[in-house]
Design a protein around this ligand. Structure first.
Ligand code: FMN
Length: 351
């Protein structure tokens, strides 16, 4: 019989068959549970931004694995209506991971069982990085980075209750210079995690400095047998390639640079010297499509309000866009918004 045990440093042992991870690192192909991890760059989960319409727009351009917005394990355990609404996704979004936050392994287990039964995502992700005070004060999100063992317990509880593959999204550590990412990754893998994402910044300094990619390299070295997603300050395909080269990570995740720029996921052709950028005209067409999808997704008034921030991101830097933005921000009728966008595209952006 082939022994499929892998020994990591610190003497942690992992049985890769047990966790259904089939690896052919040469081809960079990974099968996690029933799905193959797509090649594409991954859209980072961003609460309030990466809802289903936006995720689907990025998928058109080739984004890889998708994540839901942040979902409360406790809210899911109680089967809250709003929590369910936040967790819903479209079949086009597969493979998709539902991201949970919380701190109590039992709540994760209860929530995971419900998710597996009612939503059947491809993966369940545990958020171990959110720095928002409200979250950290409740011992959740980034607070968990101080307690790798608890992360392991949560992974195990979630995996056993759902029967689904489980991933974790980590930060470098909680307090600056107290790096716990590799230990947390090892604890997660030991408990059966199939995938690790690491945002290379500390929880207590969420945005203050540049991401330190060397942490991603250490995490990859610690959990070689599991796909690792690197994250932090990637703004282009060139950056993504550089991150892969420097750290050995298997996939790259982009957050802020994808706002208003879903085409960032489009891979350049071999002959292209530069990443594809849409013309200003095409940019407005993509925004209109996004607008229409949002209108189908949630009630009209909410859709109009939610699209305002996207509108700002999409039109940044376009000629005359600040006047256009001022007008649109005051509008409440979506038909009028789309009309003014079409007028702007045809009259101001003649191409
Ligand atoms: C507005 C906003 C909301 C975010 N929400 C989440 C979240 O819900 N879950 C999560 O794991 N990370 C969240 N993040 C962190 C991102 O997923 C990502 O790790 C971070 O932005 C670093 O990547 P970047 O440098 O490419 O932006 C959020 C970031 C931003 C800017």
């Amino acid at each position: 019989m082939v022994d499929s045990t892998v020994v990591l440093h610190n003497n942690y042992k992992v049985n890769k068959d047990k966790y259904k991870i089939h690896i052919n690192q040469h081809l960079s192909r990974f099968t996690i549970g029933n799905c193959e991890l797509p090649d594409g760059i991954i859209l980072a989960p961003m609460a309030g931004v990466t809802d289903s319409p936006y995720r689907r727009i990025t998928r058109r351009f080739g984004s890889g694995l998708l994540y839901s917005e942040l979902i409360s394990a406790e809210g899911m355990r109680r089967m809250g209506v709003k929590t369910f609404e936040l967790a819903r996704f479209h079949p086009d979004e597969r493979p998709i991971s539902i991201q949970l936050f919380g701190y109590n392994p039992q709540s994760f287990a209860n929530a995971a069982a419900i998710i597996a039964d009612k939503l059947e995502p491809d993966i369940i992700d545990i958020n171990c990085g959110c720095p928002v005070k409200k979250m950290v004060r409740r011992d959740s999100g980034g607070y968990l980075m101080q307690f790798p063992e608890l992360i392991g317990e949560i992974v195990e509880a979630t995996r056993k209750a759902s029967g689904l593959p489980v991933s974790v999204k980590l930060r470098s550590g909680y307090r600056v210079s107290e790096e716990t990412a590799s230990t947390a990754a090892i604890a997660a893998v030991d408990a059966g995690a199939s995938l690790i994402a690491i945002h290379a910044r500390y929880v207590t300094a969420p945005w203050s400095s540049n991401a330190d990619w060397s942490v991603i390299k250490r995490v990859k070295e610690a959990v070689k047998q599991i796909p690792v997603i690197g994250n932090g300050d990637v703004q282009s395909w060139e950056d993504a390639e550089r991150m892969k080269e420097q750290t050995g990570c298997d996939r790259v995740m982009i957050g802020r640079a994808a706002r208003g720029k879903p085409w960032i996921f489009q891979s350049p052709n071999k002959n292209d010297e530069k990443q594809w950028e849409p013309s200003s005209h095409e940019r407005i067409n993509i925004l209109i499509d996004h607008y229409r999808m949002m209108l189908e997704y949630i009630p009209e008034y909410r859709a109009v309000c939610r699209m305002r921030k996207h509108f700002g991101w999409y039109t940044k830097g376009l000629p005359g866009s600040s006047t256009l933005r001022e007008k649109v921000m005051r509008m409440e009728n979506p038909t009028e918004v789309i009309k003014i966008l079409e007028w702007y595209r045809d009259e101001r952006l003649k191409e």
